[in-house]
Design a binder for this molecule. Structure first.
Ligand code: AMP
Ligand code: GLY
Length: 427
């Protein structure tokens, strides 16, 4: 099978790495890819959001199956265009991708399907938004409804901060049109986890869970990022919790989407808050998490291509993914300054030595190769990933590999996995 994988992040490098294991794969193309992906696949310099060029490329190369990594091309309709061209694709339609593209849409579906989530109101009118916040009181959460690169969420411990957040989005228009509509919702407490389910339009199967670290600094401090590290399994997602997530959140969502005439195909990523064994939905994403994907792929003990293809063909009942007992942990190395402004083009050395450490795979995110050197080319640059018999062992291996990488302009958190390791250390 000839496969085209769309995207260029650490998530896509991990998907490419796992797809390469499949005996069913004859050729792997990536668009646009990165320096790590270029070592295992043929990369085409086509942007992930250049829909017409991607479709032309897929037709010209006789691609049998397209896997879409990031959300942006999905919300733009890449999966629809590929399907219109007769090419099977793993990823939801533009309509179904609204589950991530519009928080207001997601909240309405959750209410309709009876999914446990924060109470909420949606507003396009600033006076009504403020009146709602005043009535509900703090703590409360204010969100831009549209896609805002993960930044459109403001947690407000006081009412004053909530009113400021409403002004920031609706008067100052800090997030542009993403803030045309805002969602104001309950402040949830508990432990967060990222849960993944594969969906074929009619049904869904669990595809395991992970936990990520969103804050840039040690101790989960500082501004939020796309994710500075992750680990799997997620100890908070016990088998009982997993069953509740599938029964109360994932399956009602998949059934609700089918009922609406917008069936969901692809991976449904539920961001959850779990308290006393009860999961509540924070948000849905319509793609794998990054860096959660890096640890999931490290633990998957099955043919990824076969599974994703089954999902795309409405045949998920025919596959049952198996998982290694090992734990996996990824430490993200980012360019200094991230998530603010940062330099590109700095030289990274020591990647081969890092990859030689036991149990370690170094996934690339924002990298490019120039004159035989690997250069940083983005904010999040590497995902140093390790497996081990425990999260603690995986962590030790990952940081040993990080120590081999020579990149003075980069940094990473030093405490990825702390919560899981604290649990492992409990008697
Ligand atoms: P999101 O962009 O929706 O993923 O939100 C970013 C982060 O904000 C989440 O990972 C949570 O840590 C936090 N968050 C979002 N919504 C809520 C909520 N209703 N209650 C508490 N924390 C939240
Ligand atoms: N790591 C969180 C995300 O991919 O949205």
């Amino acid at each position: 099978m000839k496969v085209l994988l769309v995207g260029s992040g650490g998530r896509e490098h991990a998907l490419a790495w796992k797809l390469k294991e499949s005996p069913k794969l004859s050729k792997l193309y990536c668009a646009p890819g990165n320096a790590g992906m270029a070592k295992i696949a043929e990369c085409a310099p086509i942007g992930a959001e250049d829909l017409p060029a991607l479709v032309d490329f897929a037709k010209a190369k006789g691609i049998d199956f397209v896997v879409v990594g990031p959300e942006a091309p999905l919300t733009l309709g890449l999966a629809d265009r590929m399907r219109d061209a007769g090419i099977p694709v793993f990823g939801p339609s533009a309509q179904a991708a609204q589950l991530e593209g519009s928080k207001a849409y997601m909240k309405d579906l959750a209410a309709e399907a009876g999914i446990p989530t924060a109470w909420y109101g949606r507003f396009t009118d600033i006076a009504k938004a403020k009146a709602y916040a005043q009535e509900k009181g703090a703590p409360i959460v204010v969100k831009a409804s549209g896609l805002a690169a993960g930044k459109g969420v403001i947690l407000c411990p006081t009412l004053e901060e909530a009113l400021d957040a409403i002004d920031l989005m609706m008067t100052k228009r800090e997030f542009g049109s993403a803030g045309d509509e805002i969602v104001i919702e309950e402040f949830l407490t508990g432990e967060e986890a990222s849960f993944f389910a594969l969906c074929d339009g009619k049904t869904a199967i669990s595809f395991n869970a992970a936990q990520d670290h969103k804050a840039v600094g040690d101790g989960d401090t500082g501004p939020n990022t796309g994710g500075m590290g992750a680990y799997s399994p997620a100890p908070v997602v016990t088998p009982e919790v997993e069953k509740r997530i599938m029964d109360d959140i994932v399956l009602p969502a998949v059934e609700g989407m089918a009922r609406r005439g917008t069936p969901f195909t692809g991976v449904l990523f539920a961001g959850l808050m779990i308290k006393d064994g009860a999961p509540r939905l924070i948000e849905f994403n319509v793609r794998f998490g990054d860096p959660e994907c890096q640890v999931l792929m490290s633990r998957l003990d099955a043919d990824l291509l076969e599974i994703l293809y089954a999902a795309a063909q409405g045949k998920l009942d025919q596959v049952k993914p198996a998982w290694k007992k090992d734990a996996a942990l990824v430490v993200v190395m980012a360019a200094q300054g991230y998530p603010g402004s940062y330099k590109k083009g700095t030289v990274i050395e020591g990647l081969d030595e890092a990859g030689d450490e036991e149990g370690v795979t170094v996934f690339h995110a924002g990298t490019k190769e120039q004159d035989g050197q690997i250069l940083a080319n983005g904010g999040r640059v590497l995902g140093v990933t390790a497996v081990g018999t425990s999260v603690k062992e995986a962590q030790a291996r990952a940081y040993r590999a990080v120590g081999r990488i020579r990149w003075p302009e980069g940094f990473c958190r030093r405490d990825i996995g702390w919560r899981a390791i604290a649990r492992e250390n409990q008697p």
